[in-house]
Design a protein around this ligand. Structure first.
Ligand code: NDP
Ligand code: MG
Length: 384
């Protein structure tokens, strides 16, 4: 039986790589649903190539273009987020790959879990915003959430066969991004183009900026807490510029397990889609002789304040990580429009964390309100 996949965000970096995996492993997977936001042309081309049952374009004004282009095909075309929220619940979907970017991933992930669908989770913002609520709901519904993020996939792979052995700690590796080793003075004037040049990974714009500011690692710390049920003091970050060791787990006897390989998201995508079986694949192989030195260093929390802000938001708990995420989304979007500087992103996030009302035990409604309030505040602080 082929696994029938719904890809939310099929036109993005993860989405397109997931389609490469599905194409290469057509005996194992088929595409049931594709969703995109603004890239109607690519969505149409993907639909023609993969013949899903349903496609959804969330930007509603593009509906007519997609519908007309796919008229001759037996493919249903819908528009809007409401449609995404219902198609993830279709009986014909086995796995939902959440590969859309940002807070937009939250609602459809909840809907998919409510319908008992296995989740392959790329959209880390979902767990940052509402990790407690999501993981509790998944437990209630008996739903498995398999990580796609490479660090979390690494930890998950290290845990295979070890699920009953307590974790002492995990170590998330970080490449350090394009500005590793630079000073705050240098960061003051860096441009969008410089920030978009990641040394090791080709990714969407938002996560690439997050990687440059180390917010990505901060979001991943919070993501790991919820995925693996860890206390805050069990999560460490080490900078590893070569991105070969994807992360590590230390067990209670002191044994440290790492997962390694060349940086290539196709492997963690495929692992999540076909867990627990590994599928034969021709991804490029790592050779130690090409990497005589694998190096490790402390993250520079003074220069890259976002990582400290994320740790602090996790310590505070409640809706603090939701505030952090919303303010960061606004800050990154403004940086990408070249309206604020690189360091101003941390200032904005820090201001929002201080000013948005704290809620210790938020409901889903509280998260929605918090997200809106933090976005409004961040926008107004930028106008000031
Ligand atoms: P991209 O920006 O490349 O793609 C984002 C996808 O989401 C696109 O399909 C886009 O549609 C869609 N989208 C954007 N905004 C909305 C919205 N408001 N509503 C619905 N859909 C929307 O991002 P990535 O693929 O890089 O990242 C996706 C997620 O995976 C992120 O959460 C990221 O943190 C995570 N991730 C990514 C990694 C990577 O290597 N890229 C690694 C680990 C995690 P369209 O293009 O049609 O507008
Ligand atoms: Mg990652």
């Amino acid at each position: 039986m082929k696994k029938r996949i719904a890809i939310l965000g099929s036109t993005g970096s993860i989405g397109t790589q997931a389609l490469d995996v599905i194409q290469a492993q057509a005996q194992a997977f088929e595409v049931e649903v594709l969703t995109a936001h603004s890239n109607a042309d690519l969505l149409i081309a993907q639909a023609m190539a993969f013949q899903p049952n349903v496609v959804v374009i969330t930007k509603e004004e593009l509906y007519e273009q997609v519908r007309a282009a796919l008229e001759a095909y037996p493919i249903k075309v819908y528009a809007g987020m409401g449609a995404v929220n219902s198609v993830v619940q279709m009986d014909t979907v086995d796995i939902v790959l959440t590969a859309m970017v940002g807070y937009a991933g939250l609602q459809p992930t909840i809907k998919a879990i409510e319908a008992g669908k296995t989740i392959a989770l790329a959209n880390k913002e979902t767990l940052v915003v509402a990790g407690q609520l999501i993981t509790q709901l998944a437990r209630e519904k008996g739903v498995n959430i398999y990580p796609v993020d490479s660090e979390h996939s690494a930890i998950f792979q290290c845990l295979a066969g070890e699920f009953h052995n307590p974790i002492e700690k995990i170590i998330l590796t970080a490449s350090g991004g394009p500005f590793r080793g630079q000073s705050r003075e240098f960061l003051q004037t860096v441009t969008k183009a410089q920030a978009l040049k990641h040394p090791n990974w080709e990714m969407g714009a938002k996560i690439t900026i997050d990687s440059a500011s180390l917010m990505n690692k901060g979001l991943e710390v919070i993501e790991a807490k919820w995925l693996f049920g860890l206390r805050n003091d069990q999560i460490e970050v080490v900078v590893h510029p070569q991105s070969i060791v994807h992360s590590l787990v230390q067990f209670e006897d002191g044994s440290l397990k790492a997962q390694m390989g060349l940086p290539d998201m196709k492997l963690p995508i495929q692992y999540a889609l076909n867990y627990p079986q590994r599928l034969k694949a021709d991804f490029p192989r790592f050779n130690f002789l090409n990497y005589p030195q694998l190096t490790f260093e402390q993250p520079d929390l003074n220069t890259f304040q976002n990582l400290g802000l994320a740790f602090a938001a996790m310590e505070k708990g409640g809706n603090a990580p939701c505030i952090l995420n919303a303010a960061n989304e606004i800050a990154v979007a403004a940086f990408l429009r070249e309206e604020i500087g690189f360091l101003e992103m941390s200032d904005l996030i820090s201001d929002c964390l201080a000013k948005v009302a704290y809620i210790a035990e938020p409901s889903l409604d509280d998260y929605v309100q918090t997200d809106q309030e933090a976005r409004r505040l961040a926008e107004s602080l930028m106008q000031a």
